[in-house]
Design a binder for this molecule. Structure first.
Ligand code: AMP
Length: 278
C-alpha cells in the first residue's frame, strides 16, 4: 500500500490500474480512522479490485468557530488500518494541493439547509466541493459512505445525480461501540463522564426504533420518545431531533419508508450525531 500527497501521483496510479481493466473504489475520510471507516474500506475491497482511501481534514467544511485545528490526526495509525482492511492507496494531500487559489465551489439548495445545515450553514458546500474534486481526481467506479452521516449520504447522492458524476454511491451501516455509541473520530473529545452521557443518543434512538417496530405510525410521537430520553441526560443539549423523508429530507408525519430519524446533540462542547432509518 502506498501513501501519496499529490493529485498527479493519484492520477498516474489510478490510470495504470484502469489500463489493466481494474475496478476502483474511493472511500473519502477525514482520517483518525476507526472500525466504522474500516467497515467501508473492507466492503470496498471486497467489491472492487483497488481501493483508494482519501485521508484529508477538509478545511472548507469547517466554520471558523468549529474544530478544524483540534480535529484528531494520526496518519501512521491510519496507514496500518488501511493496509489491514485491504486498501491499495491513501491520498493524504495538504490543503494547498487541494485548493491552492480555488474560486469554484459546489453549492446545493434545500437539503443542505436543514438538519445539520441549520447549525453548520457552510458545511455541505465544503463536503460537496471536496467530494466532487475527489471524484474528478480518482474517477472511482464506486464510492462508499457511512449511514452514520445520513444527511451527507443523501446530499452526495443528490449531487451525483444533479451533476452527472459517473460513480455508484454505496451507503454502509453504522458501526457502534459495544455499548451502542456510534463510532466517531470526535468521540475522542469526550471526558469519561461525557462518554457515559453520550450513550443517551443511541439509547433514545433505540427506544424510537422499538416504538416503530411495535407499530407506532405517528412520526411526531417517535421523535417525542427520542427527545424525552435525551432530555433526561443533564449533560446533553439537543441541537435537533427530527423525522424526515430520507430522499427529500422534508419532515414527515407518518412513519413509512424511507424515513430518517436523526439527532444532533451537544455533550458538553462536543456535537455528536446519530440516526436510524425505517
Ligand atoms: P469522517 O472521517 O468522519 O468524515 O467519515 C468518513 C466516512 O466514514 C463517512 O462516509 C462516514 O459516514 C463514515 N463513518 C464514520 N463513522 C462511521 C460509523 N460509525 N459507521 C459507519 N460509517 C462511519
Amino acid at each position: 500500500m502506498k501513501i501519496v500527497k499529490t493529485i498527479d501521483e493519484v492520477r498516474n496510479i489510478v490510470n495504470s490500474w484502469k489500463k489493466d481493466g481494474l475496478s476502483v473504489a474511493l472511500v473519502p475520510t477525514m482520517g483518525y480512522l476507526h472500525e466504522g471507516h474500516k467497515s467501508l474500506i473492507t466492503r470496498a475491497a471486497a467489491e472492487n479490485d483497488r481501493v483508494v482511501v482519501s485521508d484529508f481534514v477538509n478545511p472548507t467544511q469547517f466554520a471558523p468557530n468549529e474544530d478544524f485545528e483540534s480535529y484528531p490526526r494520526d496518519i501512521d495509525a491510519d496507514a496500518r488500518l488501511c493496509e489491514d482492511a485491504g486498501a491499495a492507496l491513501i491520498f493524504n494531500p495538504e490543503a494547498d494541493e487541494m485548493y491552492q487559489d480555488a474560486l469554484t465551489f459546489i453549492d446545493m439548495n434545500k437539503i443542505t439547509k436543514v438538519l445539520c445545515g441549520k447549525t453548520r450553514p457552510i458545511h455541505f458546500s465544503g463536503v460537496c466541493t471536496v467530494v466532487g474534486k475527489l471524484f474528478n481526481i480518482v474517477k472511482p467506479d464506486r464510492a462508499y459512505f457511512g449511514q452514520k452521516d445520513a444527511q451527507q449520504l443523501c446530499v452526495i447522492r443528490k449531487m451525483v445525480k444533479d451533476l452527472n458524476f459517473d460513480v455508484e454511491i454505496i451507503g454502509c451501516p453504522i458501526i457502534r461501540e459495544p455499548d451502542g455509541l456510534a463510532k466517531s473520530s470526535r468521540n475522542t473529545y469526550l471526558s469519561a463522564e461525557e462518554r457515559q452521557a453520550a450513550l443517551c443518543l443511541s439509547r433514545a434512538l433505540a427506544l424510537g426504533k422499538a416504538a416503530v417496530d411495535a407499530g407506532e405510525r405517528d412520526a411526531e410521537k417517535v421523535v417525542e420518545i427520542v427527545r424525552a430520553e435525551i432530555s433526561r441526560e443533564p449533560l446533553a443539549r439537543i441541537d435537533y431531533a427530527e423525522a424526515v423523508d430520507f430522499n427529500t429530507l422534508e419532515p414527515v408525519s407518518e412513519v413509512k419508508p424511507p424515513m430518517l430519524c436523526a439527532v444532533a446533540v451537544y455533550i458538553g462542547k462536543t456535537r455528536l450525531i446519530d440516526n436510524f432509518i425505517v
